[in-house]
Design a protein around this ligand. Structure first.
Ligand SMILES: N[C@H](CCC[C@H](N)C(=O)O)C(=O)O
Length: 295
């Protein structure tokens, strides 16, 4: 086994491990999940795999539950900064391939600031996918076990279900997030955002990520929430999205082309000891967050 060299970065507290595909190819899906575990591994909201070749940067995104995401906004900003740090790119905009579409990234003169052209917000439910034969699903009544919610669906290359609320309550994100993430309407599950409109240029959002759960921030969620609020004419073309981890700036071009700008910070480069995996898959049956009294 060649050394398992990893790099850890975060975008507004949405933290990711980054590795070259030559490292990822040595890892089983269960081992990636252990690496993401907050107590038995390095801990992260996912693994970013530097795929493609020297001149065709390609990003794969693995969630902590082992599922693969089509796109990640914070992940793309982190990947762009990683490519800058290893000297693969400079300050000129460059193309990155993802399963959710090709995007242009730009590392600013201050390399803590990265802009990503995230593509066009797609309001057609089949783009998520969602099992709805509708052209758009805005203010759609989504039936849950104990209630019906008014939701709006949008794809940023990955799926999003946006819930407009009068006042953001993060406890509601924890309560509703898993129910919506796993709703049968979404054959590949979905990311979830609860959104409070502060004014026509400011949102507060809470995020429940597909395959990751509650996160401090999410780039594609910020784009999704802002796009739905723009579609509903509740915000203008420049929106500051506030999350527990901080703020991203979202800007709309023609036809709901979405641009996202925000920070990235590097935490550490490290080599993982193989002993990390010696405990087998037991770690995957252990709690991640605050350990419950009945553990
Ligand atoms: N869990 C997400 C991918 C990461 C999204 C988020 N971290 C971002 O910054 O966009 C999904 O399965 O679609």
């Amino acid at each position: 086994m060649t050394p398992l060299l990893l790099h850890k970065y975060h975008g507004l507290g949405n933290d990711y491990l980054v590795c070259h595909r030559s490292v990822a190819e040595q890892l089983r899906n269960e081992q990636i999940r252990i690496l993401c575990h907050r107590h038995y591994g390095v801990g992260s909201d996912g693994l970013l795999i530097d795929s493609g070749d020297q001149n065709n940067p390609t990003l794969r995104i693995i969630n902590p539950d082992g599922s693969e995401a089509e796109k990640s906004g914070n992940g793309l900003r982190i990947y762009a900064r990683y490519l800058f740090d290893i000297g693969r790119v400079g300050h000129q905009p460059f193309l990155v391939h993802t399963a959710g579409g090709d995007v242009f990234c730009k590392v600013h003169e201050d390399p803590h600031q990265i802009t990503v052209e995230m593509g066009r917000a797609n309001f057609n439910p089949t783009a998520l996918p969602a099992l709805l034969d509708l052209y758009e699903a805005l203010n759609y009544p989504l039936k849950l076990a104990d209630e019906t919610l008014s939701v709006s669906l949008v794809s940023m290359g990955n799926p999003h279900c946006v819930v407009l609320v009068d006042k953001l309550d993060l406890a509601e994100v924890h309560r509703l997030g898993p129910q919506i993430e796993n709703h049968p309407l979404f054959p590949r599950r979905t990311n979830v955002q609860l959104v409070e409109v502060i004014d026509r240029s400011t949102l507060r959002i809470g995020i429940w990520e597909r395959g990751a759960g509650f996160t401090m921030a999410s780039g594609s969620s910020s784009c999704a929430a802002a796009s739905v609020m723009r579609k509903l004419n509740l915000v203008d073309n420049r929106v500051n999205v506030n999350m527990p981890g901080g703020q991203l700036q979202i800007t709309f071009g023609d036809d709901f082309q979405v641009s996202m700008c925000g920070p990235v910070h590097k935490i550490v480069s490290l080599t993982v000891d193989e002993d990390c995996f010696a405990g087998g898959d037991d770690a995957l049956r252990r709690p991640e967050g605050n350990v419950p009294l009945s553990a």
